[in-house]
Design a protein around this ligand. Structure first.
Ligand code: COA
Length: 375
């Protein structure tokens, strides 16, 4: 028996310092460079948050103008990448498409040997600009529709709807979507961010770190939960069935998606804000049913287990009410978290130490290899 202390899942382990964000479960708050995220949502657009996450301060009017102009010119993807996207199976999960496409963008880098902060910042902005284009292109290709080139005269949220649907919806919808991007942008050392940091800690490149981050985010215990939440709401279908459904799920020791969190144990600080925007979508579309089901599930879960919903719980139905295909919800998370991942990658590289933990070996004790005839 070994007397090593094992921190399974790195639960409670502080592995490094970061200036980017702080999750404070004790006061139910999340700050990006000191600013509470719920305040940022009310006062900023997602582009300002991208700047904040990369530069540590909110942009001046001039900074924002220059940043917007540049980002909007970087949205196009190469004809080769578009050809590659055309060849993907239409049945592929869009997260797998995005993972492969981001990896492909890495191969298109003109000077891959450059690993300095300036080159990585430029790559980060390029990813922010191109990821919605990739999502929109695949969204349409798999439906047999023509790909729509990105616009250069609208913000990131509006452009997402344009490349997917060919039109920009009402300002209420764009606002709710933009709010979700701000809430999803950054969240400390979560699994995908830590994955990205681990990858680049070996001095691998930024696109490798982001590709791995996307792979990690896809899992239903992480970003994939927003898709699973909506599937669950569709399965329940009616508010009258919600309480019994939840009681049966708990009786069967089923993990209910959209509930629980490794860090927040008394509620996710982002949920009240996202709920507000999900409610706005329900009012706008007249689809209150999904939130009625969600409210009953939440009340029953808190009453029975004291477990609270996380951000994926209100964002899933909000995206559904916006008319977006369910398997696009986690790719939308990528559109936002690309800011946090790349900021963490640059922070890791600015003061790098190879991330290489130890393990407690539980296999056979050392032994000799017997010749074949004696085995
Ligand atoms: N549904 C039902 N029970 C849950 C639960 C959920 N969503 N989340 C946690 N629990 C229960 C566990 O069954 C466990 O109970 P036990 O002590 O009786 O065995 C206890 O709460 C602790 O859960 P655990 O999974 O060990 O906590 P964790 O910190 O490792 O997990 C999550 C955090 C997010 C992985 C977990 O809550 C989960 O799987 N949630 C669903 C997926 C999800 O919404 N992910 C998005 C996260 S932002």
């Amino acid at each position: 028996m070994s007397d090593e202390i094992i921190h399974k899942g790195l639960d409670g382990v502080v592995v490094d310092s970061t200036r980017i964000s702080k999750v404070m479960p004790e006061i139910n708050s999340l700050v990006y460079f000191g600013y509470p995220v719920q305040e940022l949502v009310e006062h900023c657009c997602f582009e300002k948050i991208a700047w904040l996450i990369w530069h540590g301060e909110l942009p001046s009017a001039r900074d924002l103008d220059a940043f917007r102009t540049y980002e909007r010119t970087r949205r196009g993807i190469s004809p080769t990448l578009l050809e590659v996207l055309r060849k993907f199976p239409h049945t592929a999960h869009p997260m797998d498409v995005l993972r492969t496409a981001v990896s492909f963008l890495g191969m298109e880098q003109a000077k891959p040997e450059r690993q300095d902060a300036e080159a990585n910042m430029q790559r980060s902005v390029e990813l922010l600009a191109k990821i919605p284009t990739i999502i929109g292109a695949f969204y349409r290709l798999r439906k047999g529709l023509e790909v729509i080139p990105p616009r250069d005269d609208v913000g990131i949220a509006e452009n997402f709807f344009h490349v997917c649907f060919g039109k920009v919806p009402a300002p209420e919808v764009v606002r709710a979507f933009d709010a979700s991007l701000i809430l999803y942008a950054e969240h400390g050392f979560n699994a995908s961010t830590f994955t990205a940091r681990v990858v680049v800690s070996s001095m691998a490149d930024l696109h490798g770190g982001v590709t791995a981050g996307i792979a990690s985010l896809k899992g239903p215990l992480h970003g994939g939960a927003n898709e699973a939440v909506m599937k669950m709401l569709l399965e329940i279908a009616e508010p009258a069935r919600a309480r019994d459904w939840m009681l049966a799920a708990l009786r069967n020791h089923r993990k209910v998606m959209g509930f629980g969190h490794r860090v927040y144990k008394h509620g996710d600080s982002r949920v009240p804000t996202m709920k507000k925007y999900a409610r706005a979508m329900a009012d706008f579309t007249g689809q209150a049913k999904w939130l009625d089901i969600a409210d009953i599930l939440e009340a029953t879960m808190i009453e029975q287990k004291g477990i609270y919903p996380n951000l994926d719980f209100p964002s899933g139905p909000a995206y559904y009410m916006m008319g977006i295909d369910i398997d696009m919800y986690t790719p939308i998370f990528v559109m936002a978290r690309i800011t946090g991942w790349t900021a963490h990658i640059m922070e890791q590289l600015a003061n790098n130490t190879l991330i290489r933990p130890l393990s407690n070996y539980t296999g056979p004790a050392q032994r000799g290899v017997k010749p074949l005839e004696q085995r």
